[in-house]
Design a protein around this ligand. Structure first.
Ligand code: K1U
Ligand code: ZN
Length: 170
């Protein structure tokens, strides 16, 4: 397993659409998921899409366990949203690719999803609360969309300018 560098906006690779995993989930995909999970725990974060480490594949990892709870990694290969509720809720989101910036995004409160797990098993389940927020945030990454793309142009530019300033200071 390896900790890999996380791409930071405005890296153009974050804007690309990720490709589906074709065929079965292989050991190579599982190695990628292991690296993604280690990278996410190290950051630390609660989710990570493969493109955030430069791999344009439709793969996500997540762990929503609190610090005082045992680790509970989740793996999503080719996730799809089958249904989304009409009612939306705001949640203050962050992103490892937009460090040190947090803002409210409104998303459907409840989604029904389908995906393959670490072992390639097809799973359908309902997601609500932080699970719904996080899976929608991560699935946006697969389409090249960042949470700041849901904000006003003014707020998005504020976030990006802050990142440019941080990069110049390095
Ligand atoms: O970059 C990412 O996609 C990961 C992102 C996931 C996320 C957070 C909040 C709302 C929606 C999606 C993060 O993990 S940001 C860091 C974070 O939320 C966190 C870090 C340490 C402890 C608890 C939370
Ligand atoms: Zn993100």
């Amino acid at each position: 397993m390896a900790i890999r560098p996380i791409l930071v906006a405005p890296d153009p690779r974050l804007k690309q659409k990720s490709l589906p995993v074709e065929g079965p989930v292989t050991d190579a995909h599982r190695r990628l998921m292991d690296d993604m999970l280690e990278t996410m725990y190290d950051a630390p974060g609660i989710g990570l899409a493969a493109i955030q480490i430069g791999e344009p594949l439709r793969i996500i990892v997540m762990d929503l366990a609190r610090e005082d709870e045992p680790k509970a990694p989740r793996y999503f290969v080719n996730p799809e949203i089958l249904w989304a509720s009409e009612d939306v809720v705001p949640y203050e989101e962050g992103c490892l690719s937009v460090p040190d910036y947090y803002d409210d995004v409104e998303r459907p409160r409840h989604v029904k999803i389908r995906y393959m797990d670490y072992h390639g098993k097809l799973i359908e389940e309902d997601a609500e609360g932080l699970y719904a927020v996080c899976i929608q945030h991560e699935m946006d990454h697969l389409e090249g969309v960042l949470f700041i793309d849901h904000l006003s142009r003014l707020k998005r530019e504020k976030a990006l300018n802050k990142l440019k300033k941080q990069r110049r200071a390095l």
